[in-house]
Unconditional design. Structure first.
Ligand code: SF4
Length: 388
C-alpha cells in the first residue's frame, strides 16, 4: 500500500497545538451546551479531552457567551476556539477573553472595516483565524456568477476572504469549505488545495444522524485525507460530541494516519459463532472507551478458526461450547471457562497498557504523520505539545 503523501501546508498553532506544516492531523469537536453555562460546558470539554479531542470550538452567539470564555478556558486543557457569526464585536470580545482562535465567516461579519478590526485584535493576541466558508451562506454575487453554491463559487469566496485578511497583513489562517453533500465538499477542497498552501480544516457540514453522518464524513473526509489534503478535521454528528471525536480517530486510523486507543477487530460472525459476539464487542468497546494505548484487540466467534484468523491482533479472545481462549498474535496462550471471556480480555488489555504505556506495543503505529512531500514531518503529537 502506498503511504499517503500529505500536501505541504503552512504551519499555524492553535493554543500550542500545531496545525499544518506536517503536524499530525488533529481531531476537533464543538460543544453543544449553552456556552454561558460554564459548568456544563467545562464538563463536556473534559469528556472531549478524555476522548482525545485536540481542539474544541464553542459557539459565541452573544456577550454572555463571550464573557464565559475566560472561566471556561481556566478550567480546561485543550485549546478553545470561538465560533462567531454576524457580530465582529463578539469576535473581539472572545479574543480578549482568551480564545485560542476564532472561526468566522468574513462574508457575514460585516464589511471590510469590521473584518480588519477582528484581524487587528487576533494579531495583537497572537491567535489564528479560521475562515469558515459554508455553501449555505455564499455571497449573493458569487451565487449569481456560478448559478448556485458550486465548488468553484465556494473556492472563490474562500480566496476572496483570504485576500482580504492578507491585505490587512494577517496570515495566521486556516480555511474550511463545508457543504452538506460529499461530492461538493470534496470537489471544493480539491480545488482550494490546488490554489493555497494554508492549512485546511475538513468537514462535511450538517452531516446528519449517527449512521448517515458517519458514512458521509468517512467518505468526504476520508477521500480528501487519502489524497493528502487536510490538516485538521471535525466529524459533524447530531449526537454527543464525544462520538465526533471517536469517529474522527476511526477515520484517521482506517487510513493509517494516526492512532489513538485500542482497535477492536471482531469477526463478522457466521454459522460457527457460539458466543454472544455483538454484546461482548459492545461491552469491550465501552470498557475501553477512555483508553489511549493503540493495542489491536480481536474478539472472535469460535475457538477453532478465531485465533488464526486474527493473527495480526496483539491480543484476543475466542469462545464457544463452554470454553474461552486467550491468544496473542494468533497463538493460544490460555484456556478458561467461556463465562470469563470479558474479564480475562480486559485484565490482559490493562496489563498490556501498563507494561507498554500509552504509546502501545512495539511495531504498532502510534500517532504519526506520513511522508509530507516537501517538509520534514513534525511527528510530535498534540499530547506531546501540551506536555512540553
Ligand atoms: Fe465464523 Fe469463527 Fe470466522 Fe467468526 S472466527 S467468522 S465464528 S469461522
Amino acid at each position: 500500500m502506498n503511504p499517503i503523501r500529505r500536501k505541504a501546508t503552512r504551519a499555524i498553532t492553535v493554543g500550542g497545538v500545531a496545525v499544518g506544516g506536517g503536524a499530525p492531523v488533529t481531531v476537533q469537536s464543538m460543544t453543544n451546551t449553552p456556552t454561558p453555562d460554564v459548568a456544563a460546558t467545562v464538563a463536556q470539554i473534559r469528556r472531549l479531552e478524555a476522548a482525545g479531542c485536540d481542539i474544541v470550538r464553542v459557539a459565541v452567539p452573544d456577550a454572555d457567551a463571550a464573557g464565559a470564555l475566560a472561566r471556561i478556558k481556566a478550567q480546561v486543557r485543550i485549546p478553545v476556539l470561538a465560533d462567531i457569526h454576524f457580530d465582529h464585536r463578539l469576535a473581539i470580545a472572545a479574543a480578549r477573553a482568551g480564545a485560542d482562535g476564532l472561526r468566522i465567516n468574513p462574508g457575514n461579519i460585516g464589511g471590510a472595516r469590521k473584518v480588519r478590526a477582528v484581524a487587528d485584535c487576533a494579531r495583537e493576541r497572537g491567535i489564528p483565524i479560521r475562515i469558515g466558508v459554508n455553501a449555505g451562506s455564499l455571497e449573493k454575487d458569487i451565487l449569481k456568477k456560478y448559478n448556485g453554491a458550486t465548488p468553484e463559487g465556494m473556492v472563490e469566496s474562500a480566496l476572496r476572504h483570504i485576500d482580504l485578511l492578507r491585505s490587512f497583513d494577517f496570515h495566521d489562517l486556516k480555511v474550511s469549505l463545508k457543504a452538506s453533500d460529499v461530492s461538493r465538499t470534496v470537489a471544493a477542497y480539491r480545488l482550494l488545495s490546488a490554489r493555497t498552501d494554508l492549512p485546511l480544516h475538513l468537514g462535511v457540514t450538517e452531516a446528519g444522524t449517527l449512521f448517515s453522518g458517519l458514512v458521509k464524513s468517512a467518505l468526504g473526509i476520508g477521500m480528501l485525507l487519502a489524497e493528502g489534503i487536510g490538516d485538521t478535521l471535525r466529524v459533524s454528528l447530531t449526537r454527543d460530541p464525544v462520538e465526533e471525536v471517536r469517529a474522527g480517530f476511526e477515520i484517521l486510523r482506517a487510513l493509517g494516519i494516526r492512532q489513538r486507543g485500542p482497535e477492536i477487530i471482531a469477526c463478522p460472525s457466521c454459522g460457527r459463532t457460539r458466543i454472544d459476539l455483538f454484546r461482548i464487542v459492545e461491552q469491550v468497546e465501552q470498557a475501553l472507551a477512555g483508553s489511549a494505548a493503540p493495542i489491536r484487540i480481536a474478539i472472535m466467534g469460535c475457538v477453532v478458526n478465531g485465533p488464526g484468523e486474527a493473527r495480526e491482533a496483539d491480543i484476543g479472545v475466542a469462545g464457544g461450547d463452554g470454553v474461552g481462549v486467550l491468544f496473542r498474535k494468533g497463538r493460544v496462550v490460555k484456556k478458561f471457562p467461556e463465562g470469563q471471556l470479558l474479564d480475562v480480555l480486559l485484565a490482559e488489555v490493562r496489563a498490556m497498557e501498563e507494561q507498554l504505556g500509552p504509546k502501545g506495543p512495539k511495531g504498532l503505529k502510534g500517532p504519526k504523520d506520513p511522508n509530507t512531500k516537501h517538509q520534514k514531518p513534525n511527528t510530535e503529537t498534540p499530547e506531546d505539545m501540551h506536555r512540553r
